[in-house]
Design a protein around this ligand. Structure first.
Ligand code: NAD
Length: 488
């Protein structure tokens, strides 16, 4: 049985409380690890270690050297790819393909890209005229913000955690990471690699535990945490914001979504099916950017529905060890209960169940019967104010609605509290610009989905987030700017 300890000040430590909790495999329903739970004393130790490291060798290291070290770290992650992959798929039940092609390489890239960028980023300079004729020079200086609390979710644990740790460290901060209780393994393993490449102790710390009255809440309440970056549910973001208000700590939030895809009659149908198959069902629908609402122009509605059904019916359910599996389990029994409650609600509300709607039927004795699998599900026929169309389900499911005009579909797509992403399928460039510009979201994809250039601003509007991270935009959160005005 694996044990995940805390990683504090460069060493693995047992929780001082002696408390541990179980990590359950999503694909088999069996316990796979004991995880140490950090309570007040451990959280304090981690934050103090991070604060002390700001004044140690890390704080004194020239930027170029710090960035070189992070490049080495990215190489070391690549070298240990198999270990990270194994840790990730066991925790999450993800198919190996997703972990191998997307999650682990992006984890390494998150260090590489920010180290490269920081090395080549300067600041503003404004010359100012003065009445005495000598002038003044205004220089922009960047200082690290300090100790950054990183709270991350379980849906793409390594990718999402390093998306925050990469820029935080490149900017010279230190971090205390609280990974999701459902996915402790890769954050823990990263400690080993940090030591291997010589990242000074205290720069990267990991505490395990839950949110309320546990490691998450204790971390966000700690007075020596200078900024909190969080990815997770909107409701949790609201709780963290209250916790961060004491001491006025800055927050950066990447939250939930209820993302629309709009398929116009001029779309390339093969492309539209390929894109929406991925955006609805990749990672078993557990992607913040995933599509749960599809709007299809009426003339192609029936064809689109039947082809998406065929695609969904062709997915093969399985865990990381199932040959050829294209869709895995949900993360936990609790999450499966939530998703199934929406499946039931849709049926009760009179939705047309195009496919799915329940739990797959595996042969007797098949280990998958104990895992947290649900059927990929497609509905039609519900009104726009139905909870199925309004609330984030975070499962492999979508509702498809017909539309007749551009104005009508723009209004339906924007009629939501969320504002993370939208996907447009059209071959008409003018329409792509016109409709794309009217989407009230942080990201719009045209004829693709999840195509990410890490130099661009990433984040959501409305209840989908606060702030933008990515490229130079990450500097906004991970540094403090000082205007140094030199009278000449
Ligand atoms: P969650 O909000 O339940 O948990 C996320 C993290 O917050 C976990 O580590 C949890 O322990 C911690 N937490 C919970 N309560 C806390 C509290 N009061 N104080 C401090 N920490 C607390 O989210 P989840 O279920 O792990 O992840 C799924 C959600 O994340 C979905 O809503 C999804 O849309 C969202 N998400 C958003 C993005 C994005 O970039 N916008 C990316 C991935 C996931």
């Amino acid at each position: 049985m694996t044990t995940h300890k805390l990683f504090i000040d460069g060493e693995y430590r047992a929780a001082k409380s002696g408390k541990t909790f179980d990590k359950i495999s999503p694909s088999t329903g069996k316990k796979i690890a004991d995880v140490h739970e950090a309570l007040a004393e451990d959280v304090n130790d981690a934050v103090e270690a991070a604060a002390a490291a700001l004044n140690g060798p890390w704080g004194k290291m020239p930027k170029a050297e710090r960035c070189d070290l992070l490049m080495k770290l990215a190489d070391a992650i690549d070298a240990r790819k198999a270990d990270f992959m194994e840790a990730e798929v066991q925790d999450t039940g993800h198919t190996r393909g997703f972990a191998e092609k997307v999650e682990i390489p992006r984890g390494a890239a998150n260090f590489r890209i920010f180290a490269e960028m920081l090395k080549n980023t300067g600041g503003e300079y404004f010359h100012m005229d003065t009445h005495d004729g000598t002038g003044a020079a205004n220089l922009e200086l960047h200082r690290p913000k300090g100790v950054i609390g990183v709270i991350s979710p379980w849906n793409a644990p390594f990718l999402l955690m390093t998306w925050k740790v990469g820029p935080a460290l490149a900017c010279g901060n230190t971090v205390v990471v609280k990974p999701s209780e459902e996915s402790p393994a890769t954050a823990t393993l990263l400690g080993e690699v940090m030591n291997e490449v010589g990242i000074p102790k205290g720069v990267y710390n990991v505490i395990h535990g839950f949110g309320p009255e546990s490691a998450g809440e204790l971390l966000t309440q700690h007075p020596k945490v200078n900024g909190i970056t969080f990815t997770g549910e909107t409701r949790t973001g609201e709780a963290i914001m209250k916790q961060a208000a004491i001491g006025l700590r800055d927050v950066s939030f990447e939250l939930g979504g209820k993302n629309p895809a709009i398929v116009f009659a001029d779309a390339d149908m093969d492309k539209a099916i390929e894109v929406t198959m991925r955006s609805c069902f990749a990672n078993t629908g557990q992607v913040c950017l995933g599509t749960e609402r599809i709007y299809v122009e009426r003339p192609i509605f029936d064809e689109f529905v039947s082809r998406l059904k065929a695609g969904a019916d062709g997915l093969k359910q399985g865990g990381p060890d199932t040959d050829g599996a294209t869709i895995g389990p949900l993360i936990s029994a609790e999450h499966r209960e939530k998703v199934l409650s929406y499946y039931k609600k849709a049926a009760d509300l009179g939705a047309t169940i195009v496919t799915g709607g329940g739990v797959p039927d595996f042969p007797e004795g098949d280990y998958r019967n104990e895992g947290f699998f649900v059927e990929p599900t497609i509905w039609t026929g519900l009104p726009e104010d139905s909870p199925i169309v309004r609330e984030e389900i975070f499962g492999p499911c979508c509702h498809i609605q017909p539309f007749d005009t551009e104005e009508e579909v723009i209004a339906m797509a924007n009629d939501t509290n969320y504002g993370l992403s939208a996907t447009l399928l059209t071959e008409n460039l003018g329409r792509a610009h016109r409709v794309g510009g009217k989407m009230e979201v942080g990201l719009v994809w045209v004829n693709s989905w999840f195509l990410r250039d890490l130099r661009t601003a990433f984040g959501g509007s409305k209840s989908s987030g606060i702030g933008r991270e990515g490229g130079v935009h990450s500097l906004e959160f991970y540094t403090e700017r000082t205007n140094l005005c030199l009278k000449l």
